[in-house]
Design a protein around this ligand. Structure first.
Ligand SMILES: NC(=O)c1ccc[n+]([C@@H]2O[C@H](COP(=O)([O-])OP(=O)(O)OC[C@H]3O[C@@H](n4cnc5c(N)ncnc54)[C@H](OP(=O)(O)O)[C@@H]3O)[C@@H](O)[C@H]2O)c1
Length: 333
C-alpha cells in the first residue's frame, strides 16, 4: 500500500492534537509526518506513534514533498497558506471556514457526500463541527422522506473555541468555587456556570456566523438549497462534546420505529435511547469517541410530519479531526 507524507498545520492546537491521535488510531498509511504551528511553538516536541517530533514554523515552503495537508490553524492561516500547499502538489483538507462555501471547493462528510471529493481542485473543506453531527443524524431520515425544515438549538462545548477557552473555563470554575472574581478573555462574558447565546460574530440579520454556517453548510452538504434550516447556537460550560436539540419536518410522515431503525443502521450513528433506564446521549459519554450519538427520538406532536432528536458528538473528533482523516482516507485509491 502506498504511504503518504502528511502535514498537520496547527499541530499544537486542540484539533491538531486530536488529528495526531486519530491518524495513529486508524493506522493511516503515513510515510512521514510534518507538524507545523506558529513560530511560538517551533522546536516544541510532540509525539506521534511514540516518536518525538519537533514542531516546525509554518512558512510558504513548508509543503515540499507533502501529499496531504490537514489545516486547523484558523481561517486566515488557511487562506494564506493553503494555496502554497496546493502549489506544492498537496491535497489540502481544511478545518476552517475559509473555503467552505466556495463553489469550487467540496464540503464533505464521508457518510453523506463522499462522491463530492472527486470534484476537488486541491482543497476539500471540512464542515463546521455542529453541522457535521447534525447532518449525520439527518441523512437517514432524509433518505426515507425529504426534510422540509430543521429547527436546531445547540449546546456547544468550550473546546470548540480551542485551547484557550478550555483553560478559561477551568480557571473561572476554580476561582468561582473559591469566591474569587473572574476574568473574561476568550468570551465576552463569564462562561463558568453560565450559558452564552452567542457563538462567533453577529451578522446584520441578528444571527451569529455559527448559526448561519449551520444553515448554509447543511444545504450544501445535503445538495438541497431549498431545505429550510434555522439555528440558535449557545456555548455551555462543558469541556468536550456538542449537544443539539434537532426538530425535523419531513414531506411524508415517517413512523417513529422506521426512523429509529434507519438511525440504528447508519454508519457513524449510535442510538442511545432508553428513557426507562435514563439512557440518552451525553457530552461526557462522547468524549474521545467516534459516533454521533442520537437519542430522545420522538414524534413532534405539534405538526403532521415531525420528529425530535437529541444529538451529541465529540466536537474535536467527528466535528473536526475524525471527519478530516476520513476525508483523507477517501483520497487513498
Ligand atoms: N475546536 C473545534 O471543535 C473545531 C472544530 C472544527 C473546526 N475547528 C477549526 O480548527 C481550527 C483550529 O481550532 P483549534 O480549536 O484547534 O484552535 P487552538 O487550540 O487555538 O489551536 C490553534 C492552532 O493554530 C496554530 N496557529 C495559530 N496561529 C498560527 C500561525 N500564525 N501560524 C501557524 N500556526 C498558527 C496554533 O499554533 P501555536 O500553538 O504555535 O500558537 C495552534 O496549533 C480553527 O479554524 C477552528 O475553527 C475547530
Amino acid at each position: 500500500m502506498k504511504e503518504y507524507n502528511v502535514a498537520i498545520v496547527g499541530a499544537t492546537g486542540a484539533v491538531g492534537e486530536e488529528m495526531r491521535k486519530v491518524l495513529e488510531q486508524r493506522d493511516f498509511p503515513i510515510k512521514d509526518i510534518r507538524l507545523l504551528a506558529s513560530e511560538r511553538s517551533a522546536g516544541r516536541r510532540l509525539t506521534f506513534k511514540r516518536v518525538g517530533i519537533a514542531v516546525a514554523e509554518l512558512t510558504k515552503d513548508s509543503f515540499e514533498g507533502i501529499d496531504i495537508a490537514l489545516f486547523s490553524a484558523g481561517g486566515s492561516i488557511s487562506k494564506k497558506f493553503a494555496p502554497f500547499a496546493v502549489e506544492a502538489g498537496a491535497a489540502v483538507i481544511d478545518n476552517s471556514s475559509a473555503f467552505r462555501m466556495d463553489e469550487e471547493v467540496p464540503l464533505v462528510v464521508p457518510e453523506i457526500n463522499p462522491e463530492d471529493i472527486q470534484e476537488h481542485k486541491g482543497i476539500i473543506a471540512n464542515p463546521n463541527c455542529s453541522t457535521i453531527q447534525m447532518v449525520v443524524a439527518l441523512k437517514p431520515i432524509y433518505d426515507i422522506s425529504r426534510i422540509i425544515r430543521v429547527v436546531v438549538s445547540t449546546y456547544q462545548a468550550v473546546s470548540g473555541t480551542g485551547r484557550k477557552a478550555v483553560h478559561e473555563l477551568r480557571e473561572q470554575t476554580k476561582v468561582l468555587l473559591s469566591d474569587g472574581s473572574v476574568k473574561n478573555e476568550v468570551y465576552p462574558h463569564q462562561i463558568a456556570f453560565n450559558v452564552l447565546p452567542h457563538i462567533d460574530v453577529f451578522f446584520e440579520n441578528g444571527y451569529t456566523k455559527e448559526e448561519m454556517k449551520m444553515v448554509d453548510e447543511t444545504q450544501k452538504i445535503m445538495h438541497d438549497p431549498d431545505m429550510k434550516v434555522t439555528a440558535t447556537c449557545a456555548r455551555v460550560p462543558v469541556f468536550v462534546g456538542h449537544s443539539e436539540a434537532v426538530n425535523i419536518e419531513t414531506e411524508e410522515k415517517i413512523p417513529l420505529e422506521k426512523a429509529r431503525h434507519a438511525l440504528e443502521n447508519t454508519p457513524g450513528v449510535e442510538v442511545v435511547d432508553s428513557v426507562e433506564e435514563n439512557l440518552y446521549p451525553l457530552p461526557v459519554m462522547s468524549e474521545g469517541k467516534d459516533p454521533c450519538y442520537v437519542g430522545r427520538i420522538r414524534e413532534d406532536e405539534s405538526i403532521e410530519n415531525g420528529i425530535n432528536l437529541w444529538v451529541v458528538s465529540d466536537n474535536l473528533r467527528k466535528g473536526a479531526a475524525l471527519n478530516a482523516v476520513q476525508i483523507a482516507e477517501l483520497l487513498i485509491p
